[in-house]
Design a protein around this ligand. Structure first.
Ligand SMILES: [Ca+2]
Ligand SMILES: [Ca+2]
Ligand SMILES: [Ca+2]
Length: 323
């Protein structure tokens, strides 16, 4: 009996140990929606341009040591299922839209856990609480939450007063015929575009990007990959890479469109689009909207509860061995 319990303890220990390493801090950049406090009217998606997604462009899934993070909008319900998705569990408490879900890309599962809840991010829970609608996560020696600070690359909300203003493409003199629109990826707070969804990503006029993961590179024929991992702020079709999601009011997510609001789509900025991960793979239903996304190349930091459980099991294991 004692041996059986000890073996079970070892099994749990091994499982927890594999979830728990390595541990490091991160900087989490959040943009909130127009009904949150503090309010953010303009930015609905963002990226630092250094998200390592090159291996995914050739269909390399699953992938080890990669984590996808996402958040949903205020109306998302998740897939009930058995077990239910994290979004569904949180939606029962009307508290999914301020959470970040973490998907370990080595075991892509619709029941991926919540990575951070509202209190850990300094956000208010509840239906009238805060909604994360732009997300960036990067490694850093110190844990830090950046709220509503500009992203290096961003897509504007439909409600932004900047929509319709004239805009030029970076790296040239060309102006975007329809000016600043929600299908564009703009550089910081300037009216300078990295890319246009309609021109570069195969989107339809009226589409709005509401989640963005971007890898901006510099073409370099002398490099074996054909590019340097160095952002140049200029769209290079066939070299730069993005994974994005569209909002529920986009023609491309309508009944006759190719996508769902919870889908993640990939592009090489050649007017091309391919499904990266469908809504169902993320634990989302056909009508649920994913409205923020980020990727880093590291394993998830365990929730404090997991670390406590680990220590508890370790204590039990040591005691039962010592008897
Ligand atoms: Ca435009
Ligand atoms: Ca580039
Ligand atoms: Ca979406």
């Amino acid at each position: 009996m004692r041996f059986g319990l000890t073996r079970a303890a070892v099994g749990v220990l091994c499982t927890l140990a594999s979830v728990a390493r390595p541990v490091s801090a991160q900087v989490i950049g959040l943009s909130l929606d127009a009904a949150s406090s503090p309010v953010e009217y303009d930015v609905c998606a963002g990226s630092n341009g250094y998200e390592p997604i090159d291996k995914f462009m050739n269909g390399s899934l699953p992938a080890s040591h990669m984590n996808l993070f996402f958040s949903v909008d205020r109306l998302a319900f998740g897939i009930p299922g058995s077990p239910p998705s994290a979004v569904h569990v949180e939606a029962q408490a009307v508290s999914a839209h301020g959470d970040i879900v973490a998907l370990d890309m080595s075991t892509i599962s619709p029941t991926a856990p919540v990575y951070r809840q509202e209190p850990a991010l300094g956000l208010d829970p509840g239906f009238y609480g805060d909604d994360i609608d732009g997300l960036q996560i990067s490694d850093n020696p110190q844990q830090q939450i950046l709220l509503n600070s500009a992203f290096d690359y961003q897509s504007l909300c439909r409600s932004s007063l900047s929509i319709g203003q004239p805009a030029n493409f970076s790296g040239g003199v060309a102006a975007d015929p329809d000016g600043l629109t929600p299908d564009d990826i703009a550089l910081g707070i300037l009216n300078v575009l990295f890319a246009s969804g309609v021109r570069d990503m195969g989107l339809q006029p009226g589409d709005a990007i509401d989640g963005l993961i971007l890898m901006d590179v510099t073409p370099d024929p002398s490099n074996p990959e054909g590019f340097r991992r160095e952002a140049n702020g200029v769209v290079d079709p066939g070299f730069d890479m993005a994974i994005f999601s569209l909002d529920p009011f986009s023609p491309s997510t309508s009944l006759f469109g190719p996508w769902k609001p919870g889908d993640l789509i990939k592009t090489r900025f050649m007017g091309d689009q391919q499904l990266f991960l469908g809504a169902a793979a993320l634990g989302l239903s056909d009508t649920d909207n994913l409205d923020a996304a980020a990727i880093i190349s590291e394993r998830v930091i365990p929730e404090p509860g997991m670390a406590a459980l680990f220590l508890l099991m370790l204590g039990y294991f040591v005691r039962s061995r010592g008897r």
